[in-house]
Ligand binder design. Sequence first.
Ligand code: SF4
Length: 401
Amino acid sequence: MTVAPLPPVKPPATIRHAYVHVPFCPSICPYCDFHVLERRGDLVERYLARIGQEAETLAKQYDIQLDTLYLGGGTPSFLREGEMEALVASLRRWLGWGRLENTLEVNPGTVSPGRAAHWRGLGFDRASVGVQSLDDATLRFLGRQHDAQAAREAVTQLVQAGFRVSGDLITAVAGQPLESDIAGLLSLGVEHVSAYTLTIEPGTPFARRGVVVREEDEERGFQQTEALLTAAGFERYEISNYASGLAAQSRHNRAYWTGEYFLGLGPGGAGSYPGNVDGQPFRRTNPHLHQWLAGEQGEAEMLEPLDVVTDALFMNLRLRQGLHLPTLSRRSGVDVAAHYAPVIAEQIRLGLLAQAGEHLRATPQGWWLLNRVVTAFLEFDEVGGTGESGPVTTRLSVPLT
Ligand code: SF4
């Protein structure tokens, strides 16, 4: 296929974002397909030693000046106070601390006023809380260990400790009272809501039990969440994320969606890196705990110009603002508007994409059918730009957040 060339302009090679995966959870939820495990023996101790080594290695390889740090999992808030202090000390020593935002993922049941104050004292300023629902029947169905009252108390304690708080909701559960879930969450003072559709991933207990998500529940969750949150003054700035204002958006996740480089530490942690030898960027996902403890690294997946483009299409189109075509062309070295002209025109004709000047964005219908939109771009490349259908492979790795 012919790719219209442009001189590539590489983004600055400084890395400004870091994701750190803490894989331990008190128990494993039946829908979860993240890399998680219960703590046993000296696993946490060995994890802490290894993460220090990994941070040191990365610090020697890259110019790192962090704007954001995100401690995700798993359940990082499940770490004991001394363990959290040791982890933060390692990260601060080798990577520094986020200049703009430092997020801790928190599960209800691991919070107390004292623990919230301790995390604030360590430097975390934003908490992403796994509320999922404020309805006890929905929480029981999801296999969560907390009830609605514990979730309310956790959010309240974090807000009182001075955190910017985001509440996670799972939608599309049959019978879930979404209206009271959202009203209840907003009444607690969250500034941000992440609402993800329940998905049944292969190999999970839900999949083995034959749990299915009905399309009408999925669509109801998708539409109703937006209606309720926008009526409350929140903006849907990303397909699954809502903020009460610009300053309430997740700065860390915006870095993923706009294609910035980020470090990925910890078992299963995914990172996106500038090339340090020949300039070719790559992504790498760390192996699971035992291989990672043994010092193994995930294989680097080198990104060709069209990989950079399709990754950016998938991620940027999740944002309300969409993508800026000339910026992506400069970053990738591919004249995106010219290369994809037929597929862009077709998606606009279908009402799934809209173009305003140099910006391309998904319409509301395009957001609902985003996988179909991105698949059209991938298929276009896989058949050499003829627009005919061909086999599709998913080339994007979405980092755990
Ligand atoms: S859903 Fe969250 S709390 Fe449940 S097992 Fe997965 S990471 Fe842990």
